[in-house]
Design a protein. Sequence first.
Length: 180
Amino acid sequence: METQPISIKKSAVNYGLILGAVLALMTTLMYVLNTELFTKWWIGILSFLVVIVVAIVSVAKAKGILGGVMSFKEAFTVYFITVAIGSLISTLVGILIFNIIDPDLAAFLQERTLEMTAEFLQKLGTPQAEIDKQMAKMADQDNFAIFSQLKNYVFGLAFMSVIGLLVALIFKTKNPNPLN
């Protein structure tokens, strides 16, 4: 019985590595093919969906390893390990690209984000004084600095954990034979 939790954790680690590879590949392809993709809202949604799908597949695989009986704790643990590893790999790739390989890209994306935000606020009819205030506040933030990316990793992991709680609720099952 003790070998099963180890095997589901190993499976979760493997899926975390797969998730990290997919997210790293997406980031690398955007960097190589078109850096403007980093500013597109739908890329964020696509990345979010990739994380959710791979994490759910990981939990489903673990449930299969356990013979179809899975506790809430086991389901959440598998989900969390998968997301934590995959997101960490993605964060490290981002740190590498934006702080070591091409710091100028980070500056470009920061500027582009400011422009897009100003345009959006103007379309909403926001007063120019408020737009200027918001732009000054955003200009002071370096979203691509190492600390900022690590902070985003932690907050992202917390958010994804809430989703993981829901996934664990869906996948948990009661043991039909509680004496085993």
